[in-house]
Design a protein around this ligand. Structure first.
Ligand SMILES: Cc1cc2nc3c(=O)[nH]c(=O)nc-3n(C[C@H](O)[C@H](O)[C@H](O)COP(=O)(O)OP(=O)(O)OC[C@H]3O[C@@H](n4cnc5c(N)ncnc54)[C@H](O)[C@@H]3O)c2cc1C
Ligand code: SF4
Length: 436
């Protein structure tokens, strides 16, 4: 994957570079979760910032046009031709206009591999469709070696260093949640309590209590009150397909509109950054080289500081592309570790089931914010917690409700127009061999 892209970009860079005239204080690459927040902070500190984004800037009123589409309005009820979306994560008939399609994009996977890399190339990146679960790391997450099991390394920072920034970020994102006082999951700064748990989630909470597993209200970056140019959530439940009212946090809706029009902020879209350029005298970054994806010309932009926020994979690729005499295998790769041990968001397991006790019960309105309203924090391998044979633990994001696809329920005796299910997605389980 990386080799193909390098060759392609190298050919282009043989052409003459066009230099942008201005020298910025900072260039930020990518406008998603990381790049968007970096832009917000640096522009508000008064720095002259150039934000380079590979994709276009969407209009949320038109791009999220499937948000309220019913299955019967979509070809194949939105499920695609048999096999069309098999193995893909989040890419389906409702969303394929939002994601980089791994079976169409020729730089997504190396020949012979089927690794699915879920990307959005647009202003806001993956914050356009993220699940909005907004959690804090606890002190023991930052000190796993000394506080947990001796594996891995402790971070050089503590929770108390991060806490004031979590406060600010949650305020800007607009996170709802409840204060639970759990040591494993610090409480945050919430603008409203979580909407009530749905029917199946209440049952899950009761079941959790019986076996000593906490099931708490989830914490999500969704506005329940109007703010700025974002409206309170109208409980359509379709956050996977975007959000035309900007109710969930995204850089596109919550950050970029505040920065556009500022004299010290420039957004350049459809700018594919290829590599970081170094000043041969100082060895420090002096800018980046990028390709305008509309005219295919190569440009050079200059700044005192370069911030890479193009996602775990793409930022790594840019560093690997940034070869020089000092850094023959890529910038910041003296250890040779660059490109290894990369962690990103990936497809997780999904388990669903029917709750027979709800058979033949009254139908009532269980609407709410997209996804579940409850959350199962880590509950293994800590003092007072359950013991598990794997190192550390995992979290679950359960949910319950009636699906928009009525097919299954018709086959279940006693269920009427809708089906009832709850689902859980697992978080990361860290095994010792992965750490060493
Ligand atoms: C469906 C889904 C659900 C998720 N749910 C949650 C959740 O509930 N809670 C949670 O905490 N996390 C969640 N995540 C993960 C979260 O969205 C990501 O961890 C986060 O967005 C990563 O931020 P980032 O800035 O590194 O990358 P991104 O948000 O992907 O932003 C990268 C940006 O860089 C741009 N870019 C890429 N390459 C270049 C280039 N060469 N030149 C210029 N620009 C470039 C992209 O277009 C994009 O705008 C979810 C992710 C997905 C896909
Ligand atoms: S449920 Fe709320 S946040 Fe999600 S898409 Fe609908 S309005 Fe937006």
């Amino acid at each position: 994957m990386i080799c193909c892209a390098s060759v392609f970009f190298y050919r282009i860079s043989l052409m003459q570079n066009r230099k942008t005239s201005r020298i910025y204080d900072a260039i930020i690459v990518g406008s998603g979760a990381a790049g968007g927040i970096a832009a917000h902070v640096l522009v508000n500190k008064g720095l002259n910032v150039l934000l380079l984004e590979i994709g276009p800037k969407w209009d949320r009123g038109t791009i999220f046009h499937t948000e309220h589409s019913w299955p019967y309005e979509m070809p194949y009820h939105g499920l695609g031709r048999p096999g069309q979306y098999d193995g893909l994560w989040k890419v389906n008939a409702y969303t394929e206009h939002l994601y980089v399609h791994p079976r169409i994009d020729r730089y997504a996977t190396a020949p012979g591999t089927d690794f699915h890399w879920t990307r959005i190339h647009a202003v806001g990146g993956r914050t356009n469709t993220w699940a909005r679960v907004s959690l804090r790391m606890a002190e023991w997450d930052l000190k796993p070696k000394s506080m947990q099991d001796g594996a891995g390394e402790d971070w050089p920072i503590s929770y108390s260093d991060l806490a004031p920034y979590y406060d600010k970020a949650e305020d800007m994102l607009g996170v709802f949640g409840t204060r639970e006082g759990l040591a494993v999951l610090p409480d945050g700064n919430y603008h409203a309590p979580t909407p009530p748990a749905r029917c199946g989630e209440v049952m899950l909470m009761k079941g959790g209590r019986k076996i000593g597993i906490p099931v708490i209200p989830v914490r999500k970056a969704i506005l329940l009150k109007n703010r700025d140019n974002r409206s309170a959530c109208h409980y359509c439940g379709n956050c996977d397909y975007g959000c035309a009212t900007g109710s969930r946090f995204s850089s596109l809706d919550a950050i970029i509109p505040q920065l556009l029009g500022r004299k010290n902020f420039t957004l350049r879209t459809q700018a594919a950054v290829h590599r970081v350029l170094l000043d041969p005298k100082t060895g420090k970054a002096r800018g980046v080289e990028f390709i305008d994806t509309r005219n295919k010309l190569t440009y050079e932009a200059r700044a005192r500081v370069v911030v890479l926020g193009a996602g775990a994979m793409e930022s790594t690729r840019i560093l690997l592309n940034s070869k020089s005499r000092e850094w023959p295998t890529g910038l910041a790769n003296s250890s040779g570790v660059l490109g290894h041990y990369v962690m990103d968001n990936f497809k997780s397991g999904f388990v669903s089931g029917w709750l027979p006790s709800l058979k033949a019960t009254e139908i009532f309105n269980d609407d709410g914010a997209g996804g579940g309203h409850v959350y199962i924090p880590r509950h293994t391998n800590f003092k007072g917690g359950r013991k598990s044979s794997v190192l550390r633990g995992w979290q679950f994001q359960p949910g319950s409700g009636s699906g928009a696809f009525p097919g299954y329920s018709k086959r279940l005796e006693g269920f009427r127009h809708t089906s009832v299910a709850f689902s859980c997605s697992g978080g990361m389980t860290t095994k010792r061999r992965w750490l060493t």
